[in-house]
Design a protein around this ligand. Structure first.
Ligand code: BGC
Length: 769
């Protein structure tokens, strides 16, 4: 794979450390040091400002603006109105002055720079010594966190120590709506009000089209400020503070910010201020240290339960903890109206949109670490079912077509070939319901909401597909599978296979409801006018689904005609030509057998219990050399296959990109934001790859192996209410219950009852690793 690491962060098992600052990496580091709590996220930008190329990014989950394209040429079904996540209030705004010189690391002299993100506590620190033009030295220590304990709160602390002088230091700390979207350099906010009250200040901004509102309030506390007043301008309100600095004495300023979002257009600004002001009165009870304690407590509980340890490989130990940290802070099930963007809340690339990545890559993480979050992600799809129904109509279909990219449930992808031809978001939702229910037994969700989604998805699948005039088989014509390098193909194997499974699963669920929840079923039948004929038709479509398999070789053909495509030797492509989408003309990418990401391998992974090792082997060996991994979601799936096929070095080599995709900037675009959903794939890689987990069958199966360079590793899974730990070393696999009751897990083909005492399975991992 043509990827190489840019290693500049210090290795540490629990911390991400940047020592010394390189302006070339400014935006990469801003992404890496991003903080969030599902409700909001901030990039790791310097709060005091950095004039040369800073990328200030402060986002609220689900806060967006819309664009409306002129209808010059309007084809039905092509998306013209799109929406995108917007950069919002800079609630960390700070300026620091000494003798009228303003601190800005792009021009100021500084020393002993160090930035540290402590994954154990979720606290970000940055410290350095500022050397002013007049020769004064000031030690500055910045600390911030986005509270996991109270979702609307963000906290910032600045500690200032004059090192060689006595005198004034001026600090401005405020709330700034004068923010531009990085990608378009446009401003999307109008400030409606900014006000000073007795113990806090606030500002309210509103977007133009969506008329969403963000209310941001802050108070400041410090015992050594001797002068303070409030300053305002059009889009800004802040405190100006003067500190009477004494040599060697540290002054701390604490800022607690309360951010309140109102997404409903119709709710007027005055109403928002009223509601938010009632909530903000909590400032009386909220202080920096108390909030910090709550925040750290949250993280302690996360790590106590769900850590992954790797002994013998610091790169991946640090990497996987970083991934786990990002997953929890991006989403943890606070609010079912929220979802996970491909870049989380760390940048504007992919417009903050949610993709099929959620159900395929992120959901397994949440099912095994935080089932409430997993459920909420599916609730989000249920809540947006009406938009998916509307979208199917736009595409001349029935039922529900889930969007390829969205924030609010409506299709927001303006590239018609993706928005109209990719069916995988809909089958991913069905797969998500199947996977979640299988592992949690949450039948209530299935009967109440899951089945309704399944029925509507089936209707879409039944009206989007067609019967071949020649063979009498059912299939999908004019589609694009997950491999986005093959556009407008017929009978993409992934699409057909997933549709078949969706039909079959839905029919099973309906049968189950007939027996176990007849009242629920009859409500559903009435609600959606479900006819027996439809069920019959789905069953017929499933059984006659075209799945192109070359019987002689055992290779599934990615789509009709794929085997005839001109072959490209991907190793002959010069490394400078990657990423190809920047260097090859768009249509050139589509004319050969090179693939962007797993397609056949993808459905074989999702239903891995259903394919023999031999079938996986021939398909992996055929498709792997054709895949250029232009999607960061790709290497992990290959690593999982390689592991299962005992190609351990290959498995490890693919895995190396997974945990450190962003820390080492493998794709050269971490500056735009983190690859949040690929970060989920890193967890999937360890647990499904080296752990050998199969979770799509009747029981949980594990087949652990261990990479040669590791002495041992362990991971934990929450399974049916029990936290199980699997520890693998060179000679043994040990399973034990950490919390909960006894549970049965199949390891290397044998069922074991596992309890708190734990059990040595006595299987030499080294032989397989
Ligand atoms: C991949 C898609 C993915 C999207 C967002 C694209 O590059 O091809 O499969 O959904 O990125 O992560």
């Amino acid at each position: 794979m043509q990827k190489y690491a840019d290693k500049y962060l210090k290795l540490d098992p629990w911390r991400i450390i940047e020592e010394g600052f390189d302006s070339e990496r400014c935006n990469v580091s801003e992404s890496i040091f991003s903080l969030g709590n599902e409700y909001m996220g901030v990039r790791g930008y310097f709060e005091e400002g950095y004039k040369q190329g800073e990328f200030i990014g402060s986002y609220f989950n689900g806060v967006y603006e819309e664009t409306k394209e002129a209808a010059a040429l309007h084809y039905k079904g092509i998306v013209r109105d799109t929406h995108f996540m917007i950069n919002s209030v800079n609630w960390l705004y700070t300026r620091i002055y000494v003798d009228d010189e303003v601190l800005d690391l792009s021009s100021s002299e500084f020393d002993e720079y160090r930035r540290t993100l402590d994954l154990r506590t979720g606290i970000l620190n940055r410290r350095f010594i500022w050397k002013t033009v007049s020769g004064k030295h000031v030690k500055l220590d910045f600390e911030r966190f986005v509270s996991m304990g109270s979702p609307r709160y963000g906290c910032q602390r600045i500690a200032i120590t004059p090192l060689n002088f006595y005198g004034e230091v001026k600090v401005v700390m405020g709330l700034d709506f004068d923010v531009l979207q990085k990608s378009s350099a446009k401003k999307y906010w109008t400030t409606i009000e900014r006000e000073t009250l007795e113990d806090y200040i606030y500002i309210l901004g509103k977007t133009s089209f969506t008329e969403q509102k963000v209310f941001s309030a802050s108070n400041i506390s410090s015992d050594s400020i001797y002068k303070s007043n409030v300053i305002k301008n059009e889009d800004f309100i802040g405190y100006e503070l003067i500190i009477n600095g004494s040599q060697g004495i540290e002054t701390k300023i604490d800022k607690v910010v309360f951010n309140y979002v109102e997404k409903t257009k119709e709710i007027e600004a005055a109403e928002v201020i009223k509601t938010a002001s009632k909530l903000v009165n909590n400032f009386d009870n909220i202080c920096y240290d108390k909030e910090k304690e709550k925040h750290i407590d949250y993280w302690t509980k996360v790590w106590d339960k769900f850590d992954i340890t790797i002994d013998g490989d610091m790169d991946n130990q640090q990497g996987i903890r970083y991934c786990i940290f990002q997953m929890h802070q991006t989403y943890h099930g606070e609010d079912p109206s929220l979802n996970i963007g491909a870049k989380g809340l760390t940048g504007e690339a992919y417009n903050g949109h949610t993709f099929w990545d959620t159900e395929t890559y992120c959901l397994p993480f949440y099912i095994f670490n935080n089932p409430r979050a997993a459920k909420n992600l599916l609730e989000y799809r249920y809540n947006t079912l009406p938009m998916a129904i509307e979208r199917a109509k736009q595409l001349d279909c029935e039922g529900a077509c889930y969007p390829i990219a969205t924030l609010n449930g409506k299709e927001a992808c303006s590239l018609w070939q993706h928005a109209s031809l990719q069916m995988q978001p809909s089958t991913a939702v069905a797969y998500g319901v199947f996977h979640y229910v299988k592992l949690t037994d949450d039948k209530e969700f299935l009967y109440d909401k899951g089945c309704e989604m399944l029925v509507q998805i089936c209707r879409y699948l039944a009206t989007r597909g067609d019967w071949s005039g020649q063979t009498g088989e059912y299939g999908y014509f004019g589609v694009m599978g997950p491999d986005e390098f093959q556009m407008m193909v017929n009978n993409n194997c992934y699409t057909n296979y997933m549709a078949k499974k969706t039909f079959e699963y839905t029919l099973d669920v309906i049968k189950d409801m007939k027996n176990n929840c007849p009242a629920g079923l009859s409500n559903l039948v009435q609600k959606v006018d479900l006819l027996d004929d439809e069920l019959q038709a789905w069953s017929n479509m499933a059984s006659k689904m075209k799945i192109t398999l070359d019987k002689e070789t055992g290779i599934y053909e990615q789509h009709e005609g794929y085997f005839n495509l001109p072959h490209v030797d991907i190793n002959s492509i010069p490394v400078e030509e990657f990423p190809l989408y920047n260097n090859w003309s768009y249509d050139r990418i589509y004319r050969n057998d090179m693939i962007k990401q797993p397609d056949v391998l993808m459905f074989m992974f999702l239903f891995r219990s259903e394919f023999s090792e031999e079938s996986k082997k021939v398909n992996y060996e055929y498709y792997e050399p054709r895949c250029i991994h232009e999607s960061s979601l790709s290497p992990s799936i290959h690593s999982i296959f390689a592991s299962e096929l005992d190609k351990h070095e290959e498995a490890f080599s693919f895995f190396n990109f997974a945990t450190r995709m962003d820390l080492d900037n493998y794709n050269r675009n971490t500056n735009e934001g983190l690859h949040t959903t690929s970060i989920a794939a890193a967890w999937v890689n360890i647990v499904y790859g080296f752990g050998g987990l199969k979770s799509d069958g009747d029981k949980i199966e594990l087949n652990p192996s261990i990479p040669k360079v590791w002495n041992s590793y362990s991971f934990r899974m929450l399974y049916k209410g029990t936290v199980v730990e699997i520890l693998v070393d060179k000679t043994d696999v040990r399973a034990s219950v950490i919390e909960g009751t006894e549970v049965t897990i199949n390891v290397y083909g044998i069922d074991y009852k596992i309890d708190k005492k734990g059990i040595e399975l006595g299987i030499p991992g080294a032989a397989r690793g």
